[in-house]
Design a protein around this ligand. Structure first.
Ligand SMILES: *Cc1c(COP(=O)(O)O)cnc(C)c1O
Length: 395
């Protein structure tokens, strides 16, 4: 049986790569999937091998066949030189930021970044002498004005996972690289399937595998992939912290990987249909979804992205807190909860005003974020339609 290789698969489609990447059945007694390898200690055959430490696996924290399987597959679909894993998406963000900063540095972080990223910057990075400056998500090449001689890192995230501004990442990367700074991106929304990060100038690409890689709201995982410039420093930082995920979670992520494209494409289709329906509703003022042609970020989306996922927001017409609560609390199908990317639909109210510092968030009404799952769309629409009736009674 001839086996495909990462090279032979390079010209093949994303689905083919997802099915074959990171698997080596004949290293696993012919079984299709890599087993769950549990272990701390790895034995050496003799003292010479022990001193040399040149065998493939040397200790549990430094990798197992299970973790290597996911790292290899993720690098292949990301177009990366290498990948490291983390026990959560947030742990992947902090690992990437620790890789690219040192005391005395200045970092630029997009104002629409995932909120816990800001908390890390404002506490731990600050404590270790790294200064964070937040910048306008729409700045594009204008970040050049904010670059200082000690700017070591520019963090991008597009679209923002609540407010959905698009960023011109290739333009930002060009400016940052001209000044020798690293570009790290939280790419959780698009995944490498819909935004190939390293081909667009990103050095360190972060993914909360908790979302679409898992797809089932049953695990926490993070990944950081790197280009050839940054991979050695990323791996070294990973080895220093030894902040490694458990083998069951890595196994579940590998299972999710095989169907990720199918689930993403379905989430994209369902969310676009749902978003277009919301645009026709009198209760809705604006839909924030970069794949919609009238979205302010649509031109950049069309140029740089290969698809959209199931997460977007809406701004409602002005309504009281009680009216929004009546809408949300009575929903039968939508869960009220954080996170997203699972098979089930979720909704949350949000307000970026409480944490933004570089730009003002001033929507004309209350804002809601939807994660559209795999339910029948007519049922989801009917659920929200009944919610709008409750809203109107109190608005
Ligand atoms: C959820 C999320 C994370 C963090 O993932 P966890 O696994 O929950 O820590 C990071 N970035 C974005 C954009 C997210 O939505």
């Amino acid at each position: 049986m001839t086996k495909s290789t990462p090279d032979s698969r390079a010209a093949m489609g994303a689905r083919t790569r997802l099915v074959h990447a990171g698997r080596a059945p004949f290293d696993n007694h012919g079984f299709v999937n890599t087993a769950i390898w549990r272990g701390s200690t790895v034995l050496y055959p003799n003292t010479e091998e022990l001193y040399a430490r040149r065998q493939r696996f040397i200790y549990g924290t430094k990798g197992t066949p299970t973790t290597e399987s996911l790292e290899t597959a993720w690098s292949e679909i990301s177009g990366a030189a290498g990948t490291v894993l983390a026990p959560s998406g947030l742990a992947a963000i902090t690992l990437a930021m620790m890789t690219a900063t040192k005391a005395g540095d200045h970092v630029l972080v997009v104002d629409s970044a995932y909120r816990p990223t800001r908390v890390f910057c404002d506490t731990v990075l600050k404590k270790f002498g790294v200064e964070t400056e937040y910048y306008d998500p729409l700045a594009g090449a204008g970040v050049a004005r904010l670059m200082r001689p000690n700017t070591s890192l520019v963090l991008v995230e597009a679209p923002g996972s609540q407010s959905f501004e698009m960023q011109d990442i290739p333009a930002i990367a060009e400016v940052a690289h001209a000044r020798g700074a690293c570009v790290a991106m939280d790419n959780t929304w698009a995944t490498p399937l819909f935004f190939p990060p390293h081909a667009r100038g990103v050095d360190l690409a972060i993914e909360a595998g908790t979302k679409y890689l898992s797809g089932h709201s049953d695990l926490l995982l993070g990944l950081v992939s790197a280009n050839a410039d940054w991979y050695p420093r990323l791996r070294e930082t990973y080895d220093t912290f030894a902040n490694c995920p458990g083998p069951e979670d890595v196994f579940l992520a590998l299972r999710g990987l095989r169907t990720m494209e199918l689930r993403l494409r379905e989430a994209e289709k369902q969310a676009l249909d749902f978003a277009r329906w919301l645009q026709t509703r009198p209760e809705v003022s604006r839909v924030l979804h970069p794949a919609l042609p009238d979205d302010p970020g649509h031109a950049i989306f069309k140029r740089d992205f290969l698809g959209s996922s199931g997460l977007f927001s809406v701004v409602l017409k002005p309504a009281s807190r009680a009216a929004v609560a009546a809408l949300l609390d009575g929903l039968e199908l939508f869960g009220l909860g954080y996170s997203w990317g699972g098979f089930e639909s979720l909704v949350i109210p949000f307000d970026c005003k409480t944490y933004r510092t570089a730009t003002e968030w001033k929507p004309e009404g209350p804002a809601l974020r939807f994660s559209i799952g795999l339910e029948d769309l007519d049922d989801l629409k009917a659920d929200v339609e009944r919610g709008f009736a409750r809203l109107k009674k109190l608005a």
